[in-house]
Design a protein around this ligand. Structure first.
Ligand SMILES: [Zn+2]
Length: 877
């Protein structure tokens, strides 16, 4: 790469690399290993891995490749560890020191000083999380070569002396492989710069997401994907001081780096913001010398803690986002007729990455001291506020608490568990309650995930109201609420002094508990997230599982509606063992009963106890579904609950024999053009013959259209009128009121005159809204009658009339509807008591419609249960 790198960097732009710099020929270039030079081709995931290994083999004392995860499609995820030979020779010891620096409790001032003096600054460069954002992985390879091979380069020497650089060239190998396949297939004799050409135009679902179509730059605290989980483990092994997430944006843009845009997450400290300035200025000076345009602060915010930038910030790391204009291929023609090449993008990311590692190296000691101080002040803050800890109270669904606890532990949060009863003032908490102390180095992450509200800058909010009035889009880049206890529907209580004994929390290993008690008649499993997963697996294993439509009392114990029943008489002798194994795996209680004689309610042999079928589920796939919604639904069914799914492209729905399926899930999307009258009729016939149609978000809105009419309601306009298309309006339906002839003409009111005639409401920017459920309806089985749903749309559904169906979930009243996040005042009014979950019996079947996506990012536990109820219980009723 000696020739390639110096030549290309020097030719295309003034080089960020000194003209004195020479490259050690013993370190292989990209071309020597994979056959193409930097920027000549978009390097494939396989070739990226091969090149990292070749680099490590050429410099084993200074470079090490670690595989930290495998993608869903089986591709390895690597990190290249670069450091001085002295440090790599005793790497375990260095990593221990780094972890000690991350936990200031019990660290003496002398030890702290020693660590700050001796430890390297750790800079973690995470690239290519979006698979179609192609330049950062190749820039990462160039940087790795530069740091290993550069000679006579003072910057590289400084970095080697003061830092350990962790280069993760590719966070999303499956998405990149998908992009490469379409790009290569779309390419003709030579790369075409035309933006509309097939090589730039990806089609559904595009390479941005991973295999299950998740946006992994929203997955950091949710940890739903194997790539994310591996990355978090890696973070917790190292506690890096700087973490950069490198992206691409639209091809007509330039380059973006720190400081981030408003709103800032309120737990980002002053010192972190100062580092954003320092890094920003250092990168800017490199870009200024090169004459490369850039911008800061304008677009990409650091509010949502699930970003690759913000999650590390909550741990004290200096997290940053870089964005390069994307050539989305090898070359791209911009609007101004200039050409942007793939290599241009590589140069910019290389330039910004190099400035970052050099700035970190030059400021090593301050960086480490500030990191230590962040972790120390997080502990101190937790010791001083009114709330000293959160207590997560075990509810009816033990599986859900176990899942949340694992999620918190998985991101470096310390938990304790109540050994006996705990007391805080008049409130008592049972044994098994989970205590999350705020006084811990990860205290600011705890507050991000468990504080009921995360505040947004007042002046920013005012500005958004001003913009809304002018119909300018708001500047909120992502959701405004994510509170985990609300999305898990678990009680979480912030307390001051807490009396009682706690011990450190240790996740329960599956299979460690005693076997299932023998039963003469049946085992009863109260419904919930855990039981749902257990029921799917039990049915799959050949057991007969029934569900009770209403509650009962048996042996002095109440069993709520939805309780799953495994009868001894109708199951094989091995049922006890099979069910025991399954119940343990899913953290659910299976109560053995020796008599079917109930004291109250539904008998075990009642006609209101339904046999759970093994549903054959069809998931609509491809255009026009939202790829996120389709991906979330598939992941939630298959990976979270073990329910098999057949994904069928919408374009093939017309020729599939629907009778082969019990359930059809329509992910969010507008099916207006994709499904014509014939397809709609087939759909209706199928529902009437007993099918369960489950529509999510925008698909539910489509169901209300006049020519579809599968859902007997409508969405509403801003002023509350029904949203029917103008062409469908009945003639004379909206005559203006007759004018009083004698009245004086009103003075012209500009404000009033410019209000649009028919306008949809503004979108709710991702808030948690309280939904009140109908406890008598089977769709709300396993809930306590109330959940919080993530609302991120402009859809407002008028509730169904009594003769059409049931509004199983409606948003709470105006004053109680907001659980967390930003909801405009008028939206609060508009959404109050409108429909969230609708059930419309149709012939022998069901139409079940969700106003929003219940599977949001795969972590909306409580609403996901409602979705599973629709899929599993629909066919049973
Ligand atoms: Zn991106």
């Amino acid at each position: 790469m000696l020739a390639t790198l110096t030549l290309t960097l020097a030719l295309a732009v003034p080089s960020p690399v000194s003209s004195e710099t020479r490259y050690d020929p013993r370190i292989p270039t990209l071309k020597e290993v994979v056959g193409h030079g930097l920027g000549e081709e978009i390097t494939s995931p396989d070739h990226i891995g091969a090149y990292l290994k070749a680099l490590a083999a050429a410099a084993p004392d200074r470079a090490r490749v670690v595989e930290y995860a495998r993608s869903e499609e089986g591709r390895p995820l690597h990190v290249l560890v670069l450091g001085s030979p002295e440090r790599l020779a005793r790497l375990e010891e260095v990593m221990k020191g780094l972890r000690a620096l991350a936990d200031p409790r019990g660290l003496s001032p002398a030890d702290a000083d020693r660590l700050v003096r001796e430890m390297p600054a750790v800079v973690w460069l995470v690239n290519g999380v979006h698979g179609n954002e192609i330049s950062s992985p190749d820039a990462a390879l160039a940087l790795a070569h530069h740091l290993l091979a550069a000679q006579g380069d003072a910057g590289a020497d400084l970095v080697r002396r003061e830092t350990i650089v962790l280069i993760d060239p590719l966070q999303n190998p499956d998405g990149r492989a998908r992009f490469l396949a379409t790009n290569r297939l779309g390419r003709g004799a030579s790369p075409d710069p035309e933006p509309a050409s097939a090589e730039h135009d990806e089609g559904w679902p595009g390479g941005r997401s991973n295999h299950y179509l998740f946006d992994m730059n929203r997955d950091w605290f949710a940890q739903t994907q194997p790539e994310t989980r591996g990355r978090l483990r890696l973070f917790l092994d190292w506690y890096p001081h700087v973490a950069v997430d490198l992206h691409e944006m639209g091809g007509d843009s330039t380059y973006f780096f720190a400081p981030p845009a408003k709103p800032l997450n309120p737990h980002i400290t002053r010192a972190q913001q100062e580092w954003h300035e320092s890094f920003g200025r250092a990168i800017a000076s490199r870009f200024d010398i090169a004459g490369e345009p850039y911008f800061v602060r304008e677009v990409f915010d650091a509010f949502y803690p699930g970003y690759g930038e913000t999650w590390p910030l909550t741990h004290g790391t200096i997290g940053m986002t870089f964005e390069q204009a994307s050539a989305r291929g090898l070359v791209f023609r911009r609007e101004d007729d200039t050409e942007l090449t793939f290599l241009d993008g590589i140069h910019n990311h290389f330039r910004a990455s190099l400035a970052t590692v050099e700035t970190a190296a030059a400021g090593r000691e301050k960086l480490l001291r500030d990191f230590l101080e962040f972790r120390r002040s997080a502990v101190a803050e937790g010791e001083s506020g009114a709330v000293r800890q959160y207590v997560l109270v075990p509810g009816a669904d033990a599986a859900r608490l176990a899942r949340l606890a694992d999620l918190l532990v998985g991101q470096g949060i310390e938990l304790r568990v109540a050994a006996g009863k705990l007391e805080a003032g008049a409130r008592t908490f049972p044994a098994g309650s989970i205590v999350v102390p705020l006084a811990q180095p990860a205290g600011r992450l705890v507050r991000n995930l468990l504080d009921p509200r995360i505040s947004m800058d007042e002046s920013f909010l005012k500005e958004q109201e001003r913009r809304r009035k002018k119909r300018l889009p708001d500047e909120i880049y992502d959701v405004t609420a994510w509170n985990l206890p609300l999305v898990f529907d678990l009680e979480c209580v912030g307390t001051g002094v807490l009396a009682g004994e706690t011990r450190p929390f240790v996740p329960v290993a599956a299979g460690g508990e005693p076997p299932l008690a023998p039963a003469k008649v049946a085992w009863l499993l109260p419904w919930g997230s855990g039981t749902t997963a257990a029921a799917v697996e039990a049915v799959e294993a050949g057991l007969k599982v029934r569900v009770a439509e209403a509650g009962s009392k048996l042996g002095g114990r109440a069993f709520p509606a939805g309780t799953a029943i495994v009868r001894v008489a109708e199951n094989p002798e091995t049922a006890r063992e099979t069910l025991g194994r399954i119940a343990r795996r899913h953290h659910v209680e299976a109560v053995a009963v020796d008599s079917g004689y109930v004291e109250e309610g539904v008998s075990l042999g009642s006609g209101r106890v339904r046999l759970l079928k093994k549903p054959r589920v069809l998931l609509a796939w491809d255009r026009p579904t939202s790829s996120l919604s389709a991906g979330w639904a598939r992941w939630v069914l298959e990976r979270r609950y073990g329910q098999a799914v057949t994904a069928v492209r919408v374009s093939s729905l017309g020729r599939v024999d629907l009778a082969r399926y019990d359930v059809l899930v329509l992910p969010s999307g507008d099916y207006n053009e994709a499904l014509g009258r014939g397809a709609v009729k087939r759909l209706r016939d199928w529902v009437e013959a007993g099918g369960t149609l489950v529509a999510l978000g925008e698909a539910s809105r489509w169901l209300t259209r006049e020519k579809v009419s599968l859902l007997a309601t409508t969405t509403e306009l801003r002023d509350g009128r029904p949203e029917t298309e103008p062409s469908e309006e009945k003639e004379g339906a909206e005559k203006p009121p007759a004018k009083d002839k004698d009245a004086k003409p009103e003075p012209f009111d500009l404000e009033k005159a410019i209000q649009p005639e028919r306008e949809r409401p503004d979108a709710v920017p991702g808030a948690l809204l309280r939904v009140v459920l109908d406890p008598e309806h089977w769709l709300s089985a396993g809930t306590d009658g109330e959940v919080h749903a993530i609302v991120e749309s402009r859809r407002v559904f008028t509730p169904l009339k009594l003769d059409e169906g049931t509004n199983v979930g409606v948003y709470a009243k105006k004053d109680e509807v907001v659980g967390s996040g930003l909801v405009w005042d008028d939206a609060r009014e508009r959404l109050a008591q409108k429909a969230f979950l609708m059930h419309q019996p149709t012939g022998e079947g069901h139409v079940i419609a969700f106003a929003e996506d219940p599977n949001h990012r795969g972590y909306a536990e409580a609403t996901e249960l409602l979705f599973l109820n629709a899929v599993l219980l629909g066919p049973a009723y």
